[in-house]
Design a protein around this ligand. Structure first.
Ligand code: SF4
Length: 406
């Protein structure tokens, strides 16, 4: 196993620290989709996966492995549509990362669209080492799926969950979209009942948002889709939160709900502001430099440019000074509703001054947006249930805290 050391990552305990969060992770961006969903503004390629995609990721990994501390505690495939990759290509990708260094028991997660999943595919993923699948179910209601312009219907979503579970992949999550016009409390309850009955252990719930220049904007403008009502949406999200909690899911992040032991380790790595290597076109990477500064890299989103030279593709780098890096780490860390963020520990890791952030955190506490994590002697802070609904305003305030002292 290759061992690289860079920056000031927490002590490596086989790639996962004592708090069960990976000390470093790898993200692979798979940019392909079969079609564009009308609400989506991601940078994607509407075509079949290039045959050379896995080899190109391998070339990028070989060129950039020195940017991360290994072994990695998580490997995550996102997109686009990772399930659009043929299973042998996915297995090749996993082997390439494993050859550099995946911790024993590392989380290997894959985003998948229900229409791509059958028993054979799910078994191939399991054989390749996939431990977690997040299915883009969005809803178990065919009318909602039609509004969203999704390629699948509810029956395929149910079959996909069953296929993944039958293959022995223990961690199965679904993405839901909340706030679709015409949605009733009864419809949301039906979604939650369905996913609970199917044995789903993790839910990422997002509000439908109208992104500029998407086909959905044009469809609404010409009356082909009902308009979105933001006030009803906020109520719908609160109703969904309550329903999930009633069915035994804990909200452990602003958009994430989980049964015990089903939390996404890779997402926790992001909220803990730990380093990750992003491979593929459009991927982001983050590493901590000596002295506590943070280097963020955004690889070109142009698939053709990236394929032409994956190991040396164009990228934008941004270096955050330690104080700025601390503000970001706190804004992210507050989102972890179970663990929260330890300001002093983070400040020590980033070689930064924690006092600058105290006024913003105290204002957030006074508004009821931030609370102490109860079982930790008051060292850690997190967003409250109310703060989780207004996470953006808390983050804005924390990020703007320059030169403020108590
Ligand atoms: S499958 Fe996902 S990434 Fe692809 S177009 Fe639909 S929403 Fe966007």
């Amino acid at each position: 196993m290759t061992s690289y050391k860079l920056g000031t990552a927490p002590a490596v305990t086989r790639g996962v620290s004592a708090d069960d969060v990976p000390t470093s992770g790898v993200y692979v961006h798979v940019p392909y989709c079969r079609r564009r969903c009308p609400y989506c503004d991601f940078s994607i390629e509407i075509r079949r996966a290039d045959e050379g995609f896995a080899a190109a990721v391998g070339a990028e990994l070989a060129a950039r492995a020195g940017e991360l501390s290994w072994p990695a505690g998580s490997l995550s495939f996102g997109g686009g549509t990772p399930s659009a990759l043929p299973p042998p290509a996915l297995a090749e990708l996993i082997e390439q990362v494993r050859a550099v260094g995946l911790a024993p028991g590392a989380e290997i997660s894959l985003e998948a669209n229900p229409e791509d999943v059958d028993a054979e595919v799910a078994q191939a993923w399991r054989a390749a080492g996939v431990t977690r699948v997040s299915l883009g179910v969005q809803s178990f209601d065919d009318e909602v799926l039609a509004y969203l312009g999704r390629a699948h219907r509810a029956a395929q979503a149910r079959a996909a969950v069953a296929a993944v579970r039958a293959a022995g992949i223990g961690l199965v999550g679904v993405d839901l979209i909340v706030g679709v016009p015409g949605e009733s409390a009864g419809r949301l309850a039906k979604d939650v009942d369905e996913l609970a009955a199917l044995g789903v252990g993790h839910v990422s719930a997002y509000l439908l948002t109208l992104e500029p220049h998407t086909p959905l904007v044009r469809l609404i403008a010409r009356g082909a889709r009902r308009p979105i009502d933001e006030e009803t949406q906020a109520d719908a999200y609160q109703a969904m939160q309550a329903l999930l909690v009633e069915r035994g899911f804990a909200q452990y992040e602003v958009s994430s709900f989980s049964r015990a032991g089903h939390e996404s380790r890779h997402n926790r790595l992001y909220w803990a502001h730990r380093p990750y290597l992003g491979l593929g076109p459009g991927a982001h990477s983050m590493r901590v430099l000596e002295g506590g500064a943070v280097l963020r890299r955004h690889t070109t989103a142009s698939l053709s440019d990236w394929l032409a030279a994956p190991g040396a593709a164009a990228h934008d780098d941004e270096t955050l000074a330690p104080q700025h890096a601390l503000r970001e780490a706190v804004a992210f860390g507050l989102r972890d509703l179970a663990r929260g963020v330890d300001l002093d520990a983070l400040a020590a890791q980033r070689h930064a001054d924690p006092s600058e952030l105290l006024p913003a955190l105290e204002r957030a506490r006074a508004r009821g947006d931030v609370v102490d994590v109860l079982d930790d002697g008051g060292r850690r802070r997190r967003l409250s249930a109310q703060g989780a609904r207004f996470a953006d305003r808390v983050a804005r305030d924390v990020l703007a805290a320059r030169g403020e002292r108590e």
